[in-house]
Design a protein around this ligand. Structure first.
Ligand code: NDP
Length: 449
């Protein structure tokens, strides 16, 4: 690592010492952009990297609500407005007990580069709360969302900051959030939030976009390396929005999805997962994945004991982590490699630890990095914003075609960047470099801000 990069990384570690995931995201990023920094010594004079790792604004706020027992509960809400260089801040809201400033900052930092890769005019942001919608009644979720939005509305707007969903924030939560925003503003501003329901301004194919996009990227990556998706065994962690639609598209392409999971354990179904059963359990009943084995003969349930998910011990050709950050440890990476995994596609944000990613790359296992591979969701969110502005809706096929083109373009940007700097098929570096070049250029043009 050159001296400038070392200095910025050290300062980041000191200033953010209680934020390990944020440091991890910055560390992984800085390590891979060295060849570009070597070409641009002038960046140091304008403190380009120091400004890049410091959010433009970080907001934290109180979110009280009354639960069904009449008790007042207080949560903490966040919004990080990281970068508005190339468009309004854009990034999802996460409702999960693990949410804190560290998690929101790492997600917001990643979002800057992901959004730049889409080629669309969207900056980087992220938000959320330590509220857990799991096990709450619809009324409790509604009251929480209304309280959250009553504060968040001060900071967002169609040209300012446009939130969407993430873990724990799906169609139900987006509906309640949008309803409260509209009530407060007394104006229909469709483009203020994305992932909206189809009945009130959402885009067709937004629900499917992240999962489908992951598979489009994976297919391009495999083909570029002389491999095929058809006939491959795939394991997918998680059973939420990203996991379900990745499974659907992989099956459409003739791959065999043999395992999925949730935070309690995984199911292994060597004959191929029945996605209708998963959708019924997860999207309709909001239940646990262990239910699956009661409804499908020949399937096994393996409970998670300890910190590593058992799903990574199952022999597979392709692993798609689609649950959460750091879910593939070095230990899990070694197990996947020993079982002959060919490729890993990151549907979740930063699902591989730095050590796991390094291990895969050293062992010639292809890695589709999150910033690139899961960018389909935010790309179609931007397409939803365009439709809201045009007051005109595209068909499912039109949106899906756009998604496919965007994912192919993103893959090509990663491939071209890695080849240009002689990094072979290291698309992790390729994604970071391609997006950094765009962001750095915009920073240079806009002066010291
Ligand atoms: P959902 O809430 O729909 O689903 C999350 C899934 O992951 C659930 O099956 C959940 O299991 C599991 N999970 C969550 N936290 C943990 C944990 N700590 N340990 C083990 N399993 C866990 O979220 P999404 O599908 O929307 O998001 C999944 C990932 O994809 C996240 O990293 C998100 O940032 C990323 N992503 C999402 C996009 C989108 O458009 N939705 C866009 C780009 C990235 P359980 O129900 O048991 O908690």
């Amino acid at each position: 690592m050159n001296e400038y990069l070392k200095k910025v990384l050290n300062e980041t570690k000191i200033k953010n010492q209680y934020e390990p995931d944020f440091i991890q995201a910055v560390d992984e990023f800085l390590r891979t952009i060295e060849p570009v920094i070597d070409e641009h010594p002038e960046y140091e004079n304008i403190a380009l990297l120091e400004r890049l790792v410091e959010p433009e604004r970080l907001i934290s706020f109180r979110v009280p609500y009354v639960n069904d027992e009449g008790k007042t509960i207080v949560h903490r809400g966040y919004r990080v407005q990281f970068s508005s260089l190339i468009g309004p801040y854009k990034g999802g809201l996460r409702f999960h007990p693990s949410v804190n400033q560290n998690i929101i900052k790492f997600l917001g930092f990643e979002q800057i580069f992901k959004n730049a890769l889409t080629g669309l005019p969207i900056g980087g942001g992220k938000g959320g709360s330590d509220f857990d919608p799991k096990g709450k009644s619809d009324n409790e979720v509604m009251r929480f969302c209304q309280s959250f939005m009553t504060e968040l509305q001060r900071y967002i707007g169609a040209d300012v900051d446009v939130p969407a969903g993430d873990i724990g924030v799906g169609a139900r939560e987006i509906g309640y959030l949008f309803g409260q925003y509209k009530r407060i503003k007394n104006s229909y501003e469709g483009g203020v939030i994305t992932g909206k329901g189809l009945s009130y301004g959402g885009s067709l194919a937004r629900t499917e976009a992240t999962g489908y996009g992951l598979i489009y990227f994976m297919k391009e990556m495999l083909n570029a390396n002389g491999l095929e998706l058809k006939g491959k065994n795939i394991t997918i962690s998680g059973s939420g929005n990203v996991a379900i639609y990745a499974c659907q598209k992989a099956q459409e392409y003739g791959a065999n999805v043999i395992a999925m999971s949730d935070s309690n354990g995984c199911i292994y179904d060597k004959n191929g997962i029945s996605l209708d059963i998963i959708k019924q359990i997860k999207e309709v009943e909001r239940g646990r994945i262990s239910e699956y084995v009661k409804r499908k003969s020949g399937a096994e349930y393996i409970k998670t004991e300890g910190s590593d998910s058992p799903i990574w011990e199952i022999k597979t050709d392709i692993a798609l982590p689609c649950a959460t950050q750091n879910e593939i440890s070095l230990n899990s990476a070694k197990k996947l490699a020993a079982n002959g995994v060919l490729a890993v596609g990151e549907g979740a944000n930063m699902p591989c630890t730095e050590e796991a990613t390094e291990y895969f790359l050293k062992n010639n296992i292809l890695v589709a990095p999150a910033k690139a591979a899961n960018a389909g969701g935010v790309a179609i969110s931007a397409v939803e914003m365009s439709q809201n502005s045009m007051r005109y809706y595209l068909s499912f096929d039109e949106v899906d075609q756009k998604l496919h083109n965007i994912m192919c373009n993103i893959f090509n940007s990663c491939k071209n960047a890695s080849e240009h700097y002689n990094l072979g098929n290291n698309y992790v570096a390729g994604a970071n470099i391609a997006s950094f070049i765009k962001i750095a250029e915009a920073m240079k043009c806009q002066g010291i801000v």
